[in-house]
Design a protein around this ligand. Structure first.
Ligand code: MTE
Ligand code: MO
Length: 390
């Protein structure tokens, strides 16, 4: 009986909340309704988006489950769950966002390839686990380093799930060793989500959480860690999750010309309204989320009620009732902020949100300008329409 195993079909899937909007059934891909997503700062696990590429793995015997660390290291080692649990535990509040978030809207300008997502392929959770930097120290890799004596530069995470993109092989991805060994980067091997044991959908028994980076690097159902001199050669690093210019199509694409995406760009979306809303004229409360990558906080969220001609600033918060201040030591640097603004709408109009991060990065205005064939990183101004009934 193995510790962690990948079923070959979808007969052993876990049960899920019926309110989730299912974008693909097998592999299971689902997101919460907009309103539910912004009704709390910490996303309840059942409403956290679920993104998988194959059947959800099963643990038959947790005592036998282990993660092996190998590659360019002096002391390859196997870690059982009790070894991971014996390390100092950290709780990191971090937003995970799929690079495909808001893909459906991008595909409306020109067709893209990939699972369609509305604006809720992200969530904010409290992840509990061991720091990867602490684990790597136990196999002889010191903290804060770019070069180990053995030449390792990347840390590859390998799972067990069977993905068609990997021809039935497991999902895998890598991050730079310098990030993995930096305690400040807060990369976790997480076994808890929101104070409870990680559930199967989100990577039980152990997953990687790489804060500030596209969700694809946070490998679930971890099986092994490989220290390498090069980036992972797998599909999800080399042939996916790269940002191509609008001129590149499926006939002229050369994947080797672009870098794998890491940090998420600045993003925001309105979640208190649908794409098209019909209502009475008067006051509307506009609520949503804003988040940037690399631990860059949100400096500002602007709201327009005239399609982007004039703007007003929204209030921002992480803890209810307390205005959020970027870079404040009391704020969660890896987490989204929720925003809220009361606006007055008297006639049919377009309400728009755009966020600015602490490096003064601003969301691009038009989706056409950032269109790419895989439909990733749609961070264009988020627009919703209001039709007023008098
Ligand atoms: N890890 C494995 N093993 N298999 C996967 O399919 N999907 C990745 C990442 N880790 C994936 C994975 C992608 S693309 C995203 S966006 C996040 O997990 C989604 O994490 P979640 O389902 O916990 O929200
Ligand atoms: Mo993703």
């Amino acid at each position: 009986m193995p510790g962690l195993r990948a079923p070959s079909d979808y007969s052993e899937e876990p049960s899920r909340h019926p309110a989730l909007k299912i974008n693909a059934k097998a592999p299971f891909n689902a997101e919460p309704p907009r309103q539910a997503l912004v009704s709390s700062y910490v996303t309840p696990t059942e409403f956290f988006y679920k993104r998988s590429h194959g059947p959800i793995p099963v643990v038959d015997d947790i005592e036998r489950y282990s993660v092996s660390i190998k590659g360019l290291i002096e002391k390859p080692k196997e870690f059982f769950m009790k070894d991971i649990l014996s390390l100092p535990k950290y709780n990191v509040t971090a937003t995970l966002q799929c690079a495909g978030n808001r893909r459906t809207a991008m595909s409306k300008t020109r067709t893209v390839r990939g699972v369609g997502w509305d604006v809720c392929a992200l969530g904010n959770a409290i992840w509990g686990g061991a720091k990867l930097a602490d684990v790597l120290e136990l196999v002889g890799i010191p903290k804060y380093t770019n070069t180990t004596p053995a030449g390792g530069k990347f840390v590859e995470f390998v799972s067990v799930d069977r993905c068609k993109e990997e021809n039935g092989g497991p999902y895998k991805a890598s991050i730079p060793l310098s990030q993995a060994t930096n305690p400040e980067a807060d990369v976790l091997l997480a076994y808890e989500m929101n104070g409870e044991t990680l559930n199967r959908d989100h990577g039980y028994p152990l997953r990687v959480v790489v804060p500030g980076v596209i969700g694809a690097r946070s490998v679930k159902w971890l099986d092994s860690i490989n220290i390498d001199s090069q980036d992972c050669k797998g599909f999800f690093v080399q042939k996916d999750y790269k940002m191509f210019p609008p001129t590149v199509n499926w006939d002229n694409i050369d994947w080797s010309t672009r870098r794998p995406q890491m940090d998420f760009p600045v993003q925001s979306a309105i979640c208190s309204l649908e794409d098209v809303n019909v209502g009475r004229h008067g006051k509307i409360t506009v609520k949503g989320y804003a988040v940037s990558g690399g631990g860059r906080g949100i400096e500002r969220v602007d709201i327009s009620t005239d399609g982007g001609k004039t703007w007003k600033e929204a209030s921002r918060y992480q803890k209810p009732g307390i205005q959020y201040v970027a870079d404040d030591e009391k704020s969660d640097k890896w987490a989204w902020v929720l925003f809220e603004a009361d606006v007055d709408v008297q006639s049919n109009t377009e309400i728009v949100a755009k966020a600015v991060d602490i490096a003064a990065n601003v969301q691009p205005e038009k989706v056409e300008d950032i269109w790419n064939l895989r439909g990733i990183l749609n961070t264009s101004w988020h627009r919703v329409h209001v039709q007023v009934r008098h």
